[in-house]
Design a protein around this ligand. Structure first.
Ligand code: SF4
Ligand code: SF4
Length: 409
């Protein structure tokens, strides 16, 4: 695609990167076929090709409007279009650049700024989120049934494996996961412990910055990223990897390379952190023989796996969890349109409730169509989002693996 970027951006790092991405797009439109919002709305401007064109116009100097911003806001950043694109267009990176420019030029109404600010403060800070969740759980019995169903149930904490091995890995704690589902990382620590690896929590290694980054607060996001790097840095030497159990956070960690590219003090550290990060499924797949050896012999259990967009499109990890589950004796039920987003997408379910709800119902139907006994997934956002209104049990896949290991003497 020919480009002619405007003076305000063309000689900046973002401008050069956006220009290269725009030029790689041949405007074929294959990506529209797998875009959830294009499928729902049927408007070219709500598909990747149209959004790329809107961003191009803005970067070439056209004045964006609230309408432009709405089409970008409706994008889930699910990256299904990147998987489909035959030209390797890095849509999500372009969308990040375009959104920041549009937010600076169009702004947001005061009410929307307040809402986004409140969301950022409530979700990204565990010391704010934990008491809010506890309050919601305490008041839940008093709420109308529809609202009550939306409050996540209290989950008992389970024991973290002791740090006793020479082999060790660090873990990302995350922001909402320690309150919503503390058992996920604890289960990961127990499974890795049986494989001779200690999983180490580092104080201060909380939010990855994704929530701020996607809510027009790039500077705050970068502050969080630097503080997370600072927390890990002294413990990184000798650690085999940094493990994440929420693929959405993992995708952000990998993107530190771009987010901190202009920061001379942190650029190299960001690269090293991103290179050290591994999804838990990658770690276990590399230790699959040892894993099978410590697992209870399989009894057939039918499960559906919901592969989050961040895992399959963002991180491009496909089939790893399914392979592990299959090797442990699980029977995977079919999931039609598994490439489509469930509508969670960070804070999308709150900011775009109508579209999100439609995607959720479609995903729940798809996951249940093979009549699984339970549904497993790999991201706390999808898990919490899909849980509402679902009759089938849903949890993180490592909790199922942990169960098999826990029964071995
Ligand atoms: S992003 Fe890729 S698939 Fe979509 S129009 Fe451009 S080149 Fe074609
Ligand atoms: S990231 Fe997802 S929602 Fe956004 S344009 Fe691409 S496929 Fe569509």
């Amino acid at each position: 695609m020919q480009t002619n970027l405007a003076d305000f951006i063309k000689d900046t790092p973002d401008g050069r990167e956006a220009d290269a991405i725009l030029r790689s797009c041949v405007h074929c439109g294959f990506c529209n076929a797998t875009c959830p919002t294009y499928q729902l709305l049927g408007d070219e401007r709500d598909g990747p090709r149209g959004r790329i064109y809107l961003i191009k116009q803005v970067l070439e100097g056209a004045r964006p409007t609230e309408r432009t911003q709405t089409h970008l806001d409706r994008c889930l950043t699910c990256r299904a279009c990147e998987t489909t694109c035959p030209s390797g267009v890095r849509y999500a990176r372009l969308a990040d650049i375009g959104r920041a420019v549009i937010a600076a030029q169009v702004g947001r109404p005061a009410r929307e700024r307040l809402r986004r600010g409140a969301l950022r403060r409530a979700l990204a800070e565990p010391r704010v989120f934990a008491p809010l969740l506890a309050l919601g759980q305490a008041l839940a019995p008093l709420l109308p049934a529809k609202l009550r169903a939306r409050v996540p149930a209290r989950v008992p904490r389970s024991d973290w494996a002791p740090l006793r091995h020479a082999r060790r890995m660090l873990v990302l704690e995350g922001c909402v996961q320690p309150s919503l589902a503390p058992n996920i990382n604890a289960a990961a620590s127990r499974v890795l412990d049986r494989l001779g690896i200690s999983l180490e929590r580092v104080p201060g290694a909380g939010c990855c910055g994704a929530i701020d980054f996607h809510l027009d607060a790039g500077d705050t996001a970068r502050r969080r990223m630097r503080s997370l790097i600072d927390a890990w840095w002294p413990r990184l030497e000798g650690a085999e990897a940094i493990v994440f159990t929420a693929s959405g956070c993992g995708m952000m960690l990998k993107d530190y390379v771009y987010a901190l590219a202009d920061d001379a003090a942190y650029r190299d550290k960001a690269r090293r952190i991103a290179a050290s990060c591994r999804d838990l499924s990658e770690v276990l797949l590399a230790n699959r023989d040892a894993l099978r050896a410590v697992c209870r012999p399989a009894t057939a259990r039918r499960v559906a796996f919901h592969s989050p967009c961040s895992l399959q499109h963002g991180l491009r990890i496909r089939g790893a969890v399914e392979t592990l589950l299959g090797e442990l004796g699980y029977e995977l039920t079919p999931v039609p349109d598994a490439h489509l987003c469930c509508g969670s997408a960070g804070t999308y379910s709150i900011l775009q409730p109508e579209l999100s709800q439609r995607l959720k119902v479609a995903k729940q139907t798809a996951l249940n169509c093979g009549r699984p006994e339970e549904i497993l997934t790999a991201n706390i956002g999808c898990l919490t989002h899909l849980h509402t209104g679902l009759q089938t049990r849903i949890r993180h896949w490592i909790e199922a693996v942990d169960e098999r290991i826990a029964t071995v003497a």
